[in-house]
Structure formats: C-alpha cells, structure tokens
Design a protein around this ligand. Sequence first.
Ligand SMILES: C[S@@+](CC[C@H](N)C(=O)[O-])C[C@H]1O[C@@H](n2cnc3c(N)ncnc32)[C@H](O)[C@@H]1O
Length: 282
Amino acid sequence: MLLREIKNIFHSELDVLYGKDEVSSFFYMLIEHYFNLERFVLAIQPELVIDKEQETVIFNALAELKLEHPIQHIIGSSHFMDMDFKVNPHVLIPRPETEELVRWVIEDNEKAELPLAILDMGTGSGCIPISLTKYLPNANIFGLDISLDALEVAQENNKIHGTKVEFFQADILNLNHKNNYDIIVSNPPYVRELEKAEMQKNVIDHEPSIALFVPDEDPLKFYRAIVNFASRHLNDKGSLYLEINQYLGNEMIEFLQKYEFHTIKLKQDIYGNDRMLKGIIR
Ligand SMILES: C[S@@+](CC[C@H](N)C(=O)[O-])C[C@H]1O[C@@H](n2cnc3c(N)ncnc32)[C@H](O)[C@@H]1O
C-alpha cells in the first residue's frame, strides 16, 4: 500500500477525534518511530510503498489511537528536555510545564561551584532528575517515588541515558529520612477530583490516578508534607522548587511563608497560569 494512502486513512478515521494537525503529527511520529522515515519523505517520495508487515504495525497504532490511547504509550516514549523518556501506564507522561520547572532549576544553579545534592520527590519516569543530571553534571541527584512500577521505568531511563540518578522507594506522606539537600524539586499529584471535568478523557483513562489526583477536601496534602520535609532537610540557603496547581498559587505562597521560606517567587507557565513556585530556607 502507498504510504500516502495510509495517511489519508488516518485523516478519514481520526480527524473527527483529534483534528487534522494533530493527526498529521501522530502519523509522522509513528512513521519515524516504526520505519525511521522522516516527515518530509512523502514530499520527495510520493509513491513510497510500505510492505504488509509495516501495514499491520501502522494500522495497529491507528486502532489504538481510535481508542484514545496516548501516542506516547503507543510509541513507548515521550520527548522532554530534548531527550526521549520511556513511558508506560505506570508513569505520568512528562508535560511541557514541567520542562519549565527544570529550566528554572538549571538557570539558577548551572554556575554552582560545589557539587549540589538534589532530591526529586515523586519522580515518575525520572524525567526531572535525569534531565537535571545532563545539565548539572556535578550534582548528586536522587529521586523517590512510592510506586515500584514507576521506579522501574525511572531506572530504565537512567540506563538509556547513561545517568546515575539514585532512585529509591519512599512515601512522601510518611517519610523517615536522614539526608540533607541543597535543592528539593517536586511535581507532586495536585489535580483536585472536581477538576476532572476539565481534563481530557485520554488522560483520565490512561494515566495513573496516583500521579494526578488529590482529594477536593485536602488539595495541599502533598505540598504540606513536602514543604515541611524541605524546611528540615534543606541545607542553609537551600532552594525548594515546586510545580503547583494553577488555582492554588496564593495558598501555596502563604504555605511557604508559614514554614519560613523567603525570597519566594511565583512563575507562570507558557499559558500564563501560575504554575511554579520557588522559596529559599534560612
Ligand atoms: C505528577 S506525577 C510527577 C511525575 C514526574 N515527576 C513528572 O513530573 O513527570 C507525581 C508522582 O508522585 C508519585 N506519588 C504519588 N503519591 C506518592 C507518595 N505518597 N509518595 C511518593 N510518591 C508519590 C506518583 O507515583 C507520581 O510518579
């Protein structure tokens, strides 16, 4: 079958679900992933034929897209900070907002002379500490998560990228820990159940709810534990960087003040939503 005919089938079956541009983007991601073909291939080889085996692979992917499986689960990876991270249904698919948090940590710390000790709390795929390692090569970086399945993915990403982040299992809400750090970073679960209505179905159906949701009546439960932990386990002048729920920026500032963080800064993401917070201790 001609590759361009398959592209047309993708559009006729999927445009109603995702829109034309997104379907084109999925199609090109898939042919690059499965057949190593670059996106301009159809412009230079409009008559390119793919064989039966390749047809099966690409039509299976089409069937999964029709079921609204995330494209990152179909190809098994997600792009973050110019790196590809393995993902599966046990980990959150890394988000562009989180890249902004990572860039903030890098900007503030790339000139540090002494090796920094950094902890990522709720590490998921390990995208935060692994990408920090690439940009802050002298740092000693650790990542914790409660989910052993997530930690397995994080370890695989460590191997894929040749990094040496130390991952360990721990519960943010019940953490007994001796070490101190210069930087603590976290993108914990922060979506209230009441916000589910605003979310896309494929996120609710296919991403781990343990990574996303907090109870409506206690939306700050992870932040309370993280800020309390950070106030005790950050070295003097250590920094805490948090990704936050856009609706809870003011509460979060008050929270950091209560724990005596200073030089508190709130930053917006590319969509203009309050999304990141930094504070310094002592
Ligand atoms: C929003 S996801 C962030 C994942 C990753 N850091 C990222 O930014 O893509 C939150 C992570 O916190 C983990 N988590 C949930 N409850 C936890 C707990 N009680 N203790 C430790 N980690 C927890 C989840 O397994 C998930 O990996």
